[in-house]
Design a protein around this ligand. Structure first.
Ligand SMILES: *Cc1c(COP(=O)(O)O)cnc(C)c1O
Length: 450
């Protein structure tokens, strides 16, 4: 098919990183601070469909999508055309000064596709962290309460409030405090590491007992949770866990906020991850995959909740930029027109077939858990021989495999509180053959680690 500009195949042409990438790395060393990290050693020149082409002409299979952002590919022609068209008229006026249709049209679309058929409204921001901050602001405002309930392994961003919500110290929080008060961290559902057979209802009971013990339901403004934890290691909670927490929030007059920044927007094979269990949150945070690569985020939620905030209480100079709105509308249309949620589910089926078989093949080896939903997929590595006991995290294996994959021409990200997870976030426009080729590379590298 000629839907792609770049040939959809791996190209490895000499050393990785090549000479041009090495030149850029040298310039970077003097121009950028050490705090900016990159997982790939090569520099991008082009990206399309399932491949990233570097400045030396190598091409890599893209299983990262810039951390779950370019779900429809990094230069889908319809998204590019929408960006060009919008930019040719105006790049910015600010919704707070001179409003425009794109902001309204995108809000209408998100109001329609988010869970629940109640009246909804949407406000836009620029980054995921900013959306989370505003979901918390709104929750506190409408409930008149302070306490925010978050979970082990959570990731919600890098601003001060969202660092406080995030669980992991290194690299996100170390030395950057003090953090905001009234944040309570609760044990989450982690089926692989919870007691054998522990149900979602039991995990929710455990969590609720902790909330009652530490905070008291009547003091909770919001429970914010990633319905499938991202940076924390692609942890899929046991069935029924999310719904039980949502019920508890409702019974106690708190808001249930689903942070769908990584798991939403078709990534898991549904518009939103909570759709798998029919859970309807009060507020949903959206970013990453919604913008087609342009920076835009949103809080979508119950109209009667969002409408309580006074005029000017939420917003931002760039929030809901018109070019980003146009890109997001085109991205959503591509997801619908190309049936990409079905593709996400099909990718998931192929992944499970491959890696569940590999886990069995390796016996009590380094593959501890194989999990995920749709095209949000992961493997948790443990020390061989610990699978029926301590399940000792094996971050060295995850790191070695991700770095060996680069040499093979495929980009995979690591994740996890213990750094022992490889996660897959392929573009849903990646050709099937490339997806399978990437799985094959990963499986071979895992076998070599044993
Ligand atoms: C990435 C992410 C964020 C933060 O988004 P930024 O755009 O990096 O600020 C928040 N929540 C979740 C679940 C994320 O994956």
């Amino acid at each position: 098919m000629s839907q792609y500009r770049l040939e959809q195949r791996r190209i490895l042409d000499g050393a990785i990183p090549g000479p041009r990438s090495q030149e850029l790395a040298a310039r970077r060393a003097t121009a950028l601070p050490n705090g900016v990290a990159s997982s790939s050693p090569f520099y991008a020149a082009d990206a399309d469909g399932g491949v990233i082409r570097d400045v030396d002409g190598n091409q890599f299979l893209d299983f990262a999508t810039g951390i779950g952002v370019t779900t429809v590919g990094a230069s889908h022609p319809k998204v590019v055309a929408a960006i060009q068209e919008a930019a040719s008229h105006f790049t910015h006026t600010s919704i707070n000064v001179t409003p425009y249709e794109g902001y309204i049209a995108l809000a209408e679309k998100l109001n329609a596709i988010t869970p629940g058929d109640h009246a909804k409204k949407t406000v836009f921001f620029n980054s995921g962290a900013e959306a989370v901050e505003n979901a918390i602001k709104i929750s506190r405002y409408v409930t008149g309460r302070d306490a925010i309930v978050v979970f082990d392994h959570a990731f919600h961003g890098r601003t001060n409030l969202t660092m406080g919500l995030t669980a992991k110290n290194m690299p996100y929080k170390d030395g950057f405090g003090p953090f905001a008060p009234e944040i309570y961290r609760i044990q989450t559902s982690y089926p692989y590491r919870d007691p054998e057979g522990f149900t979602g209802a039991q995990a929710a009971e455990r969590a609720i007992a902790q909330v009652e013990g530490q905070v008291g339901g009547k003091n909770v403004a919001a429970i914010i949770i990633e319905p499938l934890q991202g940076e924390g290691g692609f942890i899929v909670p046991a069935e029924g866990y999310l719904g039980a927490l949502a019920d508890y929030a409702k019974q106690n007059g708190a808001l249930f906020v689903s942070d769908e920044i990584q798991a939403g927007m078709s990534r898991t094979g549904e518009w939103f991850c909570v759709d798998h269990e029919g859970v309807v949150p009060d507020l949903v945070t959206v970013a990453k995959g919604v913008g087609g690569g342009m920076p835009i985020s949103a809080v979508v939620g119950r109209a009667e909740v969002l409408d309580q905030v006074h005029a000017g209480g939420v917003g931002g100079t760039y929030a809901g930029n018109p070019v980003a709105c146009a890109s997001a509308l085109a991205t959503i249309a591509v997801m619908e027109d190309e049936g990409l949620q079905a593709t996400a589910r099909a990718f998931g089926d192929r992944f499970f077939a491959t890696f569940e078989a590999l886990r069995d093949e390796l016996g009590d080896g380094i593959v501890g858990d194989v999990r995920g939903r749709g095209a949000m997929l992961a493997i948790e590595f443990i020390e061989a021989g610990t699978g029926s006991g301590a399940k000792t995290p094996n971050p060295a294996a995850a790191k070695a495999i991700a770095s060996a994959a680069i040499a093979e021409g495929a980009v995979f990200l690591t994740a996890g509180t213990f750094g022992n997870v490889i996660r897959l976030l392929p573009p849903l426009t990646m050709p099937d053959e490339l997806f399978d080729e990437g799985l094959g590379i990963l499986a071979d590298l895992i076998r070599k680690q044993v």
